[in-house]
Design a protein around this ligand. Sequence first.
Ligand code: HEM
Length: 555
Amino acid sequence: MYQKFHLGAVDAHCLSLDLSAVDTLQQLRATLGKLFSFADPESIQFFSPEAGTLPSLEAVKSSRAPVELRASQDGPIRTPPGPRELPVVGNHYELYPDPLGNYDRLFARYGAMIKTVNMGTTIYHTNDPEISRHVLREGEFFTKTTSDPQHPLYYLGDQDALFTCDSSSPAFAISHKFVPPALSPRAMAHHAPLIRSAARDMFPVLDELQQKDLAFNVYQYMFKMGGQVIWRVVVGQDLQHFRAVNTPPALPIRLFGQYLHLMKKVSLRPRWYGKLPFGEPASLRAVHDQLWAEIDRALKECVTPGGEPLPLSDPAASLRASCVADYLCRARDEKGQGLPRPVLLANTVALLGAGFTTSASLLSWALYALVRYPGNQERLLQELVDHGADGEKEWTYDELHGMKFLDRFVKETQRLHSPSFQTARSARKDVILPGGYLIPGGSVVISCFPSVFKNPAHWDNPLRFDPDRWAAEGFAAQAARKGLYTPFAAGKRGCVGFNLALAEVKMVLAELVYRYSFEDASPEAVVYDPEFLVTRPLNFYASATRRTQWPEKSS
Ligand code: HEM
């Protein structure tokens, strides 16, 4: 016996299915899920115009009218709604200058999934954890495709490196084989002294600022700290960012800045423009070559002379490397092969680039949370003292992660002030997402982390900074599984540097908070940079005062 199924108004496509061998609704859902591309076949509901919702297989089989498939009680399958577009600019003025606030506003108005068009670029955004889970899952329906001009990382497109490559790029598989072991918890525990020494480099500068009674722009200093840490850990180089109070960022960091700036400008123009032998395109090529040459030189200098090959299969091999790039240069797979040189170089650039503005933003927001949300600085100091801080203590990786309040504080900072907000994936084909949203194949979808992490339907009192919400056993793992909290994204294209990022932020906080008391010195309301790849505070100032007294150890 045959029954007809369709998707309602969005799709004239109607399909007849023989149901004689179908015994359960679950079986029917699985079959229809495949045929109509439902990301979650379990969500399929059956509907007829005469009888309304059809609750059983018998009801579906006996429906005289064709059966409409839905994915929610809220109504038929539909494309996501969004604000009305203006000519040329689209929804630009609905989004800027405060995209984070405006996305929250638009989700509240239009629902869990919205379509926006900004200057001709169409992007779908969601604040729903379940949808986010599906979007971040690399597989049948979604993938990362930076080569799509609509993708926010299009202008960075380098198909030889993680972060900037398509998942289908040949370099992805080999990079993903070699890079994560270089950044494993074990490797980061081994490199913890490098992070610690980078953090301590800042002490003389903070002392001098205090003597001069000066506050400092937190992001600018954390930017230098982020660079200091990542260069030490990845290529074993000291950028000497804290030689003096006003030392400018080192040459490679400045080159990175120029490269990103020129790349963005050139990529907004037609393709032929990028080939011009003068002007911005020529500068871009020159900056690219200079930056790559700088990093190539750093790579050559950091390899342990005469160092033996490091087998990927040996989890302890990273302990014999002086830095991440030393490991990457010497690592060999089961066939004795290493990373091809262009892929090695491109990935080193990617690690350095992906690793400092993100960490600098998180560190800045962590200091913001310390001075803006009362009681947290004192609790952290007490925990440091209770764990043996004395100004000389050399924190190990395990000790840092063993401090519960520090961990909850960092988690809560990343929830309320997530640096990442543009994690985009492309739909491989038409797909129906939970809630009944039909996303056309080829579309770019962003899981809007700052909105997911504050979604009032899923978080209790979401705007309150409350580290204790992470205290319940298993809460963080559960939130990650549900897609509610994924500050480093998730799935195959999730962050490979998160072990370093967390060790860095915890080490820097432990070192700084034990030695200084921080106070807010911002002259006006703190704003973030809406144009930048990560959310960073632009005008947050703090002052640091060297501590002379510490609390007693708790009994
Ligand atoms: C607080 C700090 C950090 C945050 C919030 C963060 C967040 C993220 C997110 C959300 C992604 C996914 C991006 C996307 O899919 O487009 C990502 C990817 C990545 N991150 Fe991080 N990250 C941080 C630190 C680092 C560090 C320190 C490194 C380097 C050591 C790093 C290296 C990478 C790389 C290479 C990828 C690309 C992985 C791939 O393409 O499969 N990140 N990160």
